[in-house]
Design a protein around this ligand. Structure first.
Ligand code: RB5
Length: 149
């Protein structure tokens, strides 16, 4: 199950991503927003990320104008590793090397075609573990207030 969320600026891209997920028979839950009316991205980010942390959803895909604000908000949720991507390589390796659980996209940055390619590679790339697990654990240690040095 994928959690989807956006602000007003990301709303059109979220609707395109829903069409893509429907075509692929991938289940999702849309936490909003539900129209192009002004809506603050931190609310959707927290709602969607809470579903990932609770285990209700495997991953989240979030959209705002740039993808940046909603990724900043998402990364404030404990347990979330969100990456704002506008290129294929980053979307692939944020899964393979960072075990990212949230993909953030900018409606004003990427077109729907590229966005769906990024979603596809993000959902279909496995975490490689190994030395990358050590590094991901270090990221999470910072979140838990530990000193790495
Ligand atoms: C909304 O105008 C815009 O600021 C927002 O969608 C996002 O781009 C912020 O990072």
């Amino acid at each position: 199950m994928i959690a989807l969320g956006s602000d007003h600026a990301g709303f059109p891209l979220k609707e395109e991503i829903k069409k893509y997920l429907d075509e692929k028979n991938i289940e999702y839950t849309d936490v909003g927003c539900y129209s192009p009316e002004r809506f603050d991205y931190a609310i959707s980010a927290q709602k969607a990320c809470d579903k990932v942390v609770s285990g209700e959803c495997d991953r989240a895909i979030l959209c705002c104008g740039t993808g940046v604000g909603i990724s900043m908000a998402a990364n404030k949720v404990r347990g979330i590793r969100a990456c704002c991507c506008s290129d294929y390589f980053s979307a692939k390796y944020t899964r393979a090397h960072n075990d990212a659980n949230v993909l953030c996209l900018g409606d004003r940055v990427v077109g729907a075609g590229l966005a769906c390619e990024l979603v596809e590679v993000f959902l279909n790339t496995e975490f490689e573990g190994g030395r990358h697990l050590t590094r991901v654990n270090q990221i999470m240690a910072i979140e838990n207030g530990e000193k790495l040095y």
